[in-house]
Design a binder for this molecule. Structure first.
Ligand code: A2P
Length: 340
């Protein structure tokens, strides 16, 4: 770092991801001059803890970004669409966790373990996009195999935690579960069906091609991050009654053969990954182990015996940390160290 100290804002500071961004900033090596916490008018005046102090939440307005170097956004797509360009105009670099800017050709979509070079393109619009949580953990885990063997096709099914939907969904799973085990009536407010003791094969809205928006995010974002439109990706995304940690069953067809053992040692030496794979002792990645830490856990690594060049993996990460806040703050660290 150059000795510069940074003014950083968190937009959506009171939300599930925003809160985690604050924790990640506390843990980060970015030298800070000031932090500013922004949310809707509903939260104005609320105090949030930061490094032992209490900082008042301010309402996010058009004037919030004057003097700010980096703004971390996680306040919904509409807010990002409106306020990210305003922040950028004030000379602030926005790192946006919503889907609003991800597929804009002038906005880099970055996972630091995979395509850190793309951060340089922040100069186009002053905005960097953070990928979808399910995409991030998948590309971290498949990146070493992609670089070594090439990938023709990916078939992924996800088992996604409710925290990805936000605070209201965490409360919904808790309240429905509590009601049901006490034989009480429950309310359905967030998802189209009950999430407690259930699995919902719908994340976000359905599109004309029969896939959900979440599924197509995995397709399009994976290709953009690898800068490779030849990769075939088909996804089924499922919401499960888990609070934190997304799990994914991923099948990859590679261009060149790789054995399961080679894949394991490749992954074991790759950044951001922990291989957790000892089936003889019932050891494999679990959401409860992934939650609260930053590594992407990979296990159940085995050859797909139905095709000549295929690998199956079970990939689990904390969707709020590596899937959102940690990835955003890692981008901010590189930005601060190399570019600002
Ligand atoms: P608030 O708490 O004041 O509503 P989550 O994804 O967990 O639901 O959190 C969403 C975050 O985005 C919250 O911090 C929320 O603030 C913030 N937010 C939602 N709508 C707006 C808005 N129009 N302007 C600013 N912040 C918003």
């Amino acid at each position: 770092m150059s000795g510069k100290k940074f003014n950083i804002a968190v937009a959506g500071a009171t939300g599930a991801v925003g809160n985690q961004m604050i924790t990640c900033l506390e843990e980060s090596k970015i030298p800070l001059n000031s932090v500013r916490f922004l949310a809707s008018h509903r939260s104005t005046g609320r105090k949030l803890r930061f490094k032992g102090d209490f900082i008042e939440v301010e309402e996010l307005t058009e004037n919030s970004f004057k003097g700010i170097d980096i703004a971390l956004f996680s306040a919904g797509g509409g807010t990002s669409k409106k306020f990210a360009p305003i922040a950028a105009k004030d000379g602030c670099v926005v790192i946006d966790n919503s889907s609003a800017w991800r597929m804009d050709p002038d906005v880099p979509l970055v996972v630091p373990e995979v395509n850190p070079h793309a951060i340089a393109d922040y100069t186009n619009k002053g905005i960097i996009a953070n990928p979808n949580c399910s995409t991030i953990q998948m590309v971290v885990a498949i990146n070493p195999i992609y670089r070594k063997c090439g990938i023709k096709r990916i078939v992924v099914s996800t088992y996604q935690a409710v925290s990805g939907t936000g605070k209201r969904a965490i409360d919904e799973l808790f309240n429905q579960t509590r009601s049901m085990i006490n034989f009480l009536d429950y309310e359905i407010n967030v998802y189209p069906h009950r999430i407690a003791f259930n699995c919902l094969p719908q994340i976000d809205v359905f599109l004309e091609n029969g896939y959900t928006k979440e599924e197509m995010k995995m397709v399009n974002e994976t290709r953009k991050i690898f800068e490779d439109d030849s990769i075939g990706v088909t996804a089924t995304t499922v919401r499960v009654p888990v609070f934190y940690g997304h799990s994914e069953s991923v099948n990859i067809e590679t261009k060149e053969h790789i054995s399961a053992d080679e894949a394991k040692s490749l992954l074991a030496n790759a950044p951001g990954i922990k291989v957790v794979d000892d089936p003889a002792n019932n050891i494999y990645p679990l959401a409860i182990d992934a939650a609260g830490q930053d590594l992407t856990l990979v296990g159940r690594i085995r050859n797909d015996e139905s095709i000549p060049n295929g690998i199956n993996m079970w990939i689990v990460a904390d969707n709020i940390r590596k899937g959102a806040a940690t990835n955003t703050v890692q981008i901010a660290e590189i930005l601060a160290e190399k570019y600002l």
